[in-house]
Design a protein around this ligand. Sequence first.
Ligand code: EPZ
Length: 419
Amino acid sequence: MSRLIINGGKNLKGEVAISGSKNSALPLIAATLLAPGDYELTNVPHITDVEIFLKIIADLGGKYYFRHNQLKISTKYIRKWHLNQHLVQKLRASILLVAPLLARFGRAEIAHPGGCYIGKRPLDTHLKLFENFGVKIKKSAGRYLFSARKPKPAKIFLNEVSVTATENALLLAAALPGRSVIKSAACEPHVVDLANFLNTMGARISGAGTHTIMIEGAKKLLPTKTFNVSPDYIEAGTYLALGAAAKSRIKVSRINPNYLDAVIHRLREIGIKLIANKDSIEVFPTAKIKSSRIQIDTYPGFPTDLQAPFTVLATQADGTSLVHDWLFERRFSYIEDLAKMGANITLCDPHRILVNGPTELYATKIASPDLRAGMALVIAALIAEGESVIENAELIDRGYENVVEKLKGLGADIRQISN
Ligand code: EPZ
């Protein structure tokens, strides 16, 4: 457990080098279970979610060496197919281990995965897709036992454009000789990363990044020597929201601006001055920020993971902004704390809020309810004059690498204290 102490109201300035993507690294690590062997992943972020994921892999018999963003992982000695319940309940992404364990052992057992409480986050889309591949599923006492003597290629339609369900389907289909098709697939860059990785292992996947993905599975997948994790566009969007909200000049580098079309469009639409180059984006202090309608969508729409940081930005805009997150029904839990800081927000229903601005934010004691909301409260504390304390700061470390160092590099007065 830890807390952040932030002395806000300072002008920030500088450059943030963006780390590898959490939501890309996790499915790539899961894919290394498909073929026993030695792998190297580079640009892997040192964040808690990756640490927990690696502990789960080690519990199965995997070995790893993780230093300076380079992960060497050996999956030769994986023997177990039931996942450690205590660890799984910390991480929603554990669900991504079901497909590779099924492909390798014909069985997998997992408790309902935990992670950020941003909604019910059912597993029905995952369960249905596995059934389509001929997998039998038994549920008892909150645990799921998956078994399939001979899973078969399938044509599946996802009833939710679920990112991890798309990734589970890719992981299993890649190991099943024959043609599978995923319709209503998620299009995120991390889905494309996973498809590219599986192609280096011997699968033949086309259409990743669109809503229809074709997979020719391989009889035998082979380990990939080395693969680079793409940059975290959610981290980049978070720091851009900070720069805009704090009316500061901040540059995010080592990114692919093409992943951030929706974010760049939104920032420009509300009047934020910004320059996008080949591998960086820079925002400049903008006196008047316009209010707008922020409706999240599946990729390439506006990401739900940036909803909270952009709500804090909306508190500094002139007029009333509508923020509509239809994807998750409990992703506005942070607005009580934001209101404590002086924000003028109306909760219309579990998916919609109205934000009136601009409002001055006041330093106070708040608590991070989840990963992305925690970072949004950090942005609010950096704007507010005076000393704020953010409890449950360890939730922020789940997905943002070196957040204190990166913010100090921008001139923030911030320190992290273990409780
Ligand atoms: C992934 O979560 C991301 N996590 C989330 O990022 C992200 O918010 C989310 O996609 C949406 O973009 C990882 O990639 C590890 P979903 P995931 O399955 O796959 C419903 C972060 O902060 N649904 O796409 O778990 C679900 O309730 C995290 O980095 C079903 O109904 O999300 C939600 O409304 C938070 N049934 C919607 O689909 C299912 O079986 C999207 O969920 C699965 C999902």
